[in-house]
Design a protein around this ligand. Structure first.
Ligand SMILES: Nc1ncnc2c1ncn2[C@@H]1O[C@H](COP(=O)(O)OP(=O)(O)OP(=O)(O)O)[C@@H](O)[C@H]1O
Ligand SMILES: [Mg+2]
Length: 254
């Protein structure tokens, strides 16, 4: 059965899309079959794989206007269910559907050909983000070591707790992943050690972290993951380590 992972943080620019793409590519490198789902009308994940011929997208699939299997595109050995820029119009319609939070779970439940499904959430806690938490086994929170990051984290944990209680009892926090991390700065170290001392969160912090690396920013412009674009970069090393850590905590080894 596929393990579904919601990559979520309602704060913008915290590395959700970069993590979806490169954790996905790392899991593929480790021998797993991976589906990426773009739930963001910014379409960054879709664009980062340079998919422009969008015949079916997540909005249409959720409203049963297009079949899931016909809407999946293949790129770099990854499968992706793309987003479209008018996804917010679809979200508006989805909000009027009975059981609107369960649409994605219902669709994913019908297919079982992937090992991992990684869902890239928009920077909000709207219906699409909640759909991803309802469909997920785990949620993973990428965050930057910066002021105010914790305030957002608290909000995500509270929302996820409500989803778990009311709609998805199997939902677990798969990990908090520091991205764009600069291990040599005192500030970065202080933020991480602060969270590492928090009794609830300390076991949920990835030991791996993703260092700041310009190659991670450049790769999407070439429609590539970090493993294709810069296989010897820090970003490539760090995302592979994070994926291995995730597998050793929660996955079935290949
Ligand atoms: N480790 C890193 N090193 C350097 N740049 C990074 C790193 N991770 C992400 N970035 C860059 O930071 C920016 C924001 O990252 P990303 O788009 O992944 O965040 P996001 O959480 O998906 O944003 P949004 O909330 O808008 O969807 C992008 O320009 C990305 O290339
Ligand atoms: Mg994004």
């Amino acid at each position: 059965m596929a393990k579904a992972i919601s990559i979520i943080n309602n704060k913008g620019g915290t590395g959700k899309t970069t993590t979806a793409l490169n954790m996905g590519a790392a899991l593929k490198k480790l021998g797993y079959k991976v589906l990426l789902i773009d739930l963001d009308s910014q379409c960054n994940l879709t664009n980062s794989l340079q998919i422009d011929d969008i015949q079916g997208h997540i909005g249409e699939v959720l409203l049963n206007k297009k079949a899931f299997s016909e809407s999946i595109k293949e790129c770099e050995g990854l499968s992706i269910l793309p987003a479209s820029s008018n996804l917010l119009d679809y979200e508006y319609q989805i909000n009027n559907e009975p059981g609107r939070e369960f649409l994605l779970k219902e669709i994913l439940g019908q297919y079982n050909s992937f090992d991992f499904i990684l869902m890239d959430c928009p920077p909000s806690m709207g219906t699409l983000a909640i759909n991803s938490l309802v469909a997920a086994d785990y949620y993973l929170v990428p965050m930057q070591a910066e002021n105010y990051a914790f305030i957002g984290l608290d909000r995500i944990l509270q929302t996820a707790e409500k989803v778990k209680l009311r709609m998805n009892t199997k939902l677990k926090l798969g990990g908090i992943l520091f991205v764009k991390y600069r291990p040599r700065t005192k500030f970065g170290q202080a933020v991480v050690s602060n969270i590492a001392q928090n009794s609830i969160l300390k076991d949920k912090l990835f030991n791996s972290y993703i260092r700041q690396d310009i190659a991670l920013m450049e790769a999407p412009a070439f429609g590539q993951s970090i493993f294709e674009y810069a296989p010897n970069s820090r970003g490539s090393f760090d995302y592979l380590n994070a994926a291995k850590e995730f597998i050793s905590n929660y996955g079935e080894k290949k």
